[in-house]
Design a binder for this molecule. Structure first.
Ligand code: C2E
Ligand code: CA
Ligand code: CA
Length: 596
């Protein structure tokens, strides 16, 4: 005989409101497990108490009320949280049992013998305890009896897990699972053109995992229950909450197929952003609430849960804390995710990535002073992906360090080969702000040694923004790089708002005027004036001035008249594959220079 007992929200464990939807579920096999325990230990009463507060009772025959109105004694909840077996041979010697009666039998019979064994899921999560009780005290609990109780507890754990699959409920929150969510969604869409679906992310996955690592499962379980409780309090009474991920809930908003009430959503976010008191530890979460309008037609073959989760994920980073699914943004994220994995693979296999080299010439005598290495990614199906696209991606995905290391090795190997072949050229490498740390110096030094090239043939290009970002420490690192002999260029100058005097504090050797001004020179007098005055100032401050983006003969002639030292651009040469560089060096067209 078995009943489930509804329990008042006690001080130890608050039961999420509305969990009544799943109260009807039993624990498969519990009767058999309990009978086994009752027989092996010779007790009249067995109980499975889960740490969410639900309890299942088995009595060896005496009448059990279908619903026991009394709240479960807190002692049972305490036992449900114990990680080890508890044995109390005679409760008379144990204060905690003072007013515990044989439950749910006649109130007059006190519990005199009590033993419990923790119940775990298959993954080792503690979810409650199996308790055996008797009205008579014991002298001892024999090893065979202890073993029987352990076996029964293990079987009970399997039963609870099984219930999770069958009834699709989560053992921790007792909320129904993803499959039940879809059934509910389908039912709502029956006869309705569309419905709103809501997803709630408790916290960013990494943060939540870090929390579990630091605090343990007892705390995270409690936290999940608390979040579920607040969310259920917010939901309309006829809506059910589902647990659709480790730290993620979802619900179908009944009857809300028109507009969504934004003020109500703000309210939910505000509630979830209030600190949670998790077993005495206040915790502030970073929740994300996502919304999606699902039409009946989209159910077939679609994945509404993934879509609404993409919205809740995006919402975590937003000020508002909630977001309606945005197809374009989702598409961008998917693309980005795909590209990041592909880029990571390209970086380890190193066959799709290549460096092209764009020459830079001296405006005095036309000699090629150096070549700028520019990364190229030839993707097998997407074709050529421009660095403008994948550099930012690498930056966001934490792949920049690997990319720079690859460019450094690849570029220096090529430079060494050209130098051995008698080409007296230098190499410029683009370096991003994430590279500008203390170890860049040692990485440079060892790469130089590995490839046998003196580092005075190398120049690193940092954007103006990077250089102005960190000032003092940056200057320190840059000075160390200069000590190695390598040059430093300020790239894309004019796109930031730094003044030249501030940049003068940086130990840079050259300054590259951004191509946006240079390319505009042909059409705009204004741009020409900017390039002229910047070049003059930079030159006077001691920088070698390089103009980028020299696309036409007209612009080339113009910069020849200015205080510029070098030029780079399509008019001189496009970025070239390494194999074409020696021929270009030997056969390049003659350009006018200051010396004729
Ligand atoms: P950047 O450093 O300013 O490089 C110059 C860009 O302008 C190159 O684009 C080059 O192909 C293009 N360019 C050169 N001359 C002309 C011209 O006359 N007209 C026009 N319209 N464009 C010209 P690319 O190769 O697409 O590279 C874009 C940016 O990606 C680079 O801008 C650089 O910031 C970044 N990048 C490229 N390779 C690497 C790399 O290995 N590491 C890092 N950190 N960044 C890189
Ligand atoms: Ca550059
Ligand atoms: Ca540039």
């Amino acid at each position: 005989m078995r009943t489930t007992t509804g329990i008042d929200p006690g001080p130890v464990m608050a039961r999420p409101a509305g969990a009544t939807a799943v109260d009807g579920f039993s624990v498969p096999g519990f009767d058999a497990v309990a009978r086994l325990a009752a027989r092996s230990l010779g007790v009249p009463l067995v109980s499975l108490v889960l740490n969410d507060g639900s309890a299942y009772w088995f009595t060896g025959g005496s009448g059990v009320p279908a619903h026991d109105p009394r709240p479960l004694h807190p002692l049972y909840l305490e036992m449900a949280h114990r990680l080890t077996a508890q044995v109390v041979l005679d409760t008379r010697h144990d204060e905690r049992f003072r007013d515990v009666v044989l439950h749910p039998e006649a109130a007059s019979a006190p519990v005199r013998f009590f033993a419990s064994e923790p119940v775990f899921t298959l993954t080792g999560q503690q979810i409650g305890a199996l308790c055996v009780m008797d009205a008579a005290p014991r002298e001892e609990l024999r090893e065979a009896e202890r073993a029987a109780l352990r076996d029964a507890a293990a079987l009970a754990g399997a039963g609870v897990v099984l219930r999770g699959y069958l009834g699709r409920t989560d053992p921790v929150t007792q909320l129904p699972h993803r499959n039940a969510f879809f059934e509910d969604l389908r039912a709502h869409l029956d006869g309705m053109p569309d419905v709103w679906v809501i997803a709630i992310d408790v916290a960013p996955v990494q943060r939540f995992n870090a929390f579990v690592r630091a605090m343990g499962h007892v705390y995270s379980d409690e936290l999940l229950r608390a979040v579920a409780g607040r969310t259920q309090g917010w939901l309309p009474p006829d809506a059910h909450l589902y647990q659709v991920g480790a730290a993620r809930f979802a619900a179908v908003l009944p009857g809300r197929h028109g507009q969504i009430d934004t003020a109500r959503l703000d309210e939910l976010v505000a509630q979830l952003r209030q600190p949670f008191d998790c077993l005495g530890i206040p915790l502030t979460l970073q929740p994300g609430v996502g919304l999606l309008k699902v039409a009946a037609a989209e159910l077939r073959g679609g994945d509404p849960l993934r879509l609404v989760m993409s919205a809740s994920h995006a919402a975590q980073q937003s000020v508002r804390g909630w977001a309606v699914y945005d197809r374009a943004q989702d598409e961008r994220h998917r693309q980005e995710f795909f590209l990041v994995t592909e880029l990571a693979a390209a970086l380890t296999e190193r066959t799709e990535l290549d460096l092209y080299y764009q020459p830079r010439v001296d405006l005095d005598d036309g000699r090629c002073t150096g070549l700028e290495a520019l990364a190229r990614w030839q993707h097998p199906t997407l074709g050529l992906i421009s660095p403008g696209h994948f550099i930012g991606l690498a930056e966001r995905a934490g792949l920049m360090r690997a990319l720079t290391q690859w460019a450094l090795d690849h570029g220096l190997a090529q430079l060494a080969a050209w130098r051995r072949a008698g080409h007296d050229v230098a190499l410029s490498l683009n370096v991003s702000s994430t590279d500008l740390g203390a170890d860049l110096v040692s990485r440079l030094r060892s790469a130089g040694e590995r490839h046998g090239v003196a580092l005075d043939a190398l120049e690193l290009e940092f954007t103006e923004g990077t250089l102005m970002e960190h000032s003092e420490t940056t200057r320190h690192h840059l000075e160390a790089i200069r000590q190695l002999g390598a040059g430093i260029a300020i790239d894309d100058f004019g796109t930031g708002y730094s003044n030249l005097a501030a940049l003068r504090q940086m130990p840079a050797t050259s300054l590259k005027i951004d191509q946006s001004f240079v390319r505009g020179m042909g059409a705009s007098e204004h741009d020409a004036a900017i390039v002229r005055s910047v070049a003059e100032l930079a030159h006077n401050l001691g920088f070698r001035v390089v103009v980028e983006g020299v696309e036409t003969a007209h612009i080339y002639r113009n910069v020849l008249e200015m205080a510029c030292d070098e030029a780079q651009g399509f008019h001189i040469a496009r970025p070239l594959p390494a194999a074409e560089v020696p021929r270009w060096l030997a056969e390049r067209p003659v350009l006018p220079t200051r010396r004729g």
